[in-house]
Design a protein around this ligand. Sequence first.
Ligand SMILES: NC(=O)c1ccc[n+]([C@@H]2O[C@H](COP(=O)([O-])OP(=O)(O)OC[C@H]3O[C@@H](n4cnc5c(N)ncnc54)[C@H](O)[C@@H]3O)[C@@H](O)[C@H]2O)c1
Ligand SMILES: O=c1ccn([C@@H]2O[C@H](COP(=O)(O)OP(=O)(O)O[C@H]3OC[C@@H](O)[C@H](O)[C@H]3O)[C@@H](O)[C@H]2O)c(=O)[nH]1
Length: 346
Amino acid sequence: MAKNSANGDHQTTTKPPPTPSPLRFSKFFQPNMRILVTGGAGFIGSHLVDKLMEDEKNEVIVVDNFFTGSKDNLKRWIGHPRFELRRHDVTEPLLVEVDKIYHLACPASPIFYKYNAVKTIKTNVIGTLNMLGLAKRVGARILLTSTSEVYGDPLVHPQPESYWGNVNPIGVRSCYDEGKRVAETLMFDYHRQHGIEIRIARIFNTYGPRMNIDDGRVVSNFIAQSLRDEPLTVQAPGTQTRSFCYVSDMVDGLIRLMEGDNTGPINIGNPGEFTMIELAELVKELISPKVEIKMVENTPDDPRQRKPDITKAKELLGWEPKVKLRDGLPLMEEDFRLRLGVSKKI
Ligand SMILES: NC(=O)c1ccc[n+]([C@@H]2O[C@H](COP(=O)([O-])OP(=O)(O)OC[C@H]3O[C@@H](n4cnc5c(N)ncnc54)[C@H](O)[C@@H]3O)[C@@H](O)[C@H]2O)c1
Ligand SMILES: O=c1ccn([C@@H]2O[C@H](COP(=O)(O)OP(=O)(O)O[C@H]3OC[C@@H](O)[C@H](O)[C@H]3O)[C@@H](O)[C@H]2O)c(=O)[nH]1
């Protein structure tokens, strides 16, 4: 029987998990663990791949359509015997023999996920269905990177996993937040109906090296703007809050969730909470004291507050973030300086 979650009785599985490849039980041949990372050419995905590749028993297959990701993020692994990169869109079925699936494929920056909203919802719904179909066929365990956006504009603060959220079903963000909500539903339906071993991470705002420079998300915007001597664009009112998790902490949390016994959903994020004005002030202080801060118009349905309750992650995964925002921002600054060709003034 697939292990049940810590969430309660309503998640009882009706079927045993599908049988993994016979090689898993082979007495004389111990194969490598074959791990699929969808969206592995993106920001979080490529850091996850780096970590997985450190273990010589892992073979990693990345599939990506390169919409927001890039081969550059994976260049150190291209040609490595335990690594494979395929151009593939998850809205199309995929046939590969794997043991574990980290399903990350989906644009994450609001600018990019709104750009082709229909494609975003297809990626979340059809893409997740395809990856669940694959998990069922080969008996693989599958982890979905869901999001804090499933809580919408939350009326409960901080947000525990038990909160069902406050989401606009017809807004411009719905392709993403409702898309991820359906993806979570699909994960649990496959778990209950077909016994698939699932894991769901609800990721809160994550930052770090390799974010696209013009990605549009707030941390990358502020760092790029400060290095280009452009004003930091705080979207009004600037009192909205976010909690920022450094990418190495995120990767550690995702791997613990995959390797543990809990289906989730589990919040993975850093509970340190900042207003956007505070974030701009911090970037100014750490990177460019002379830079201006400019108030600009906001976008519709921007959540007013966001902070994870990480009690479950602490108790069930033994996980909590280690890197403070003040320490993570300079690491990202270094990477952005290199890519923008802007050296530090002494
Ligand atoms: N970074 C965050 O703050 C954050 C927060 C919550 C959830 N997440 C989730 O984590 C995952 C990774 O986010 P990220 O920040 O690395 O974003 P990203 O945009 O850098 O990476 C997403 C990757 O998925 C690929 N992709 C998109 N659509 C695809 C498709 N149809 N088929 C194949 N590949 C496709 C992109 O090319 C890219 O490489 C996403 O699922 C996102 O929803 C991220
Ligand atoms: O230049 C900017 C960009 C953004 N912002 C503000 O910064 C806050 C954060 O915006 P971001 O675009 O970085 O990200 P959001 O929190 O809206 O969405 C994010 O959270 C959850 C994830 O699932 C998404 O993938 C991620 O992009 C918002 O309040 C936004 O209004 C600015 O003040 N200035």
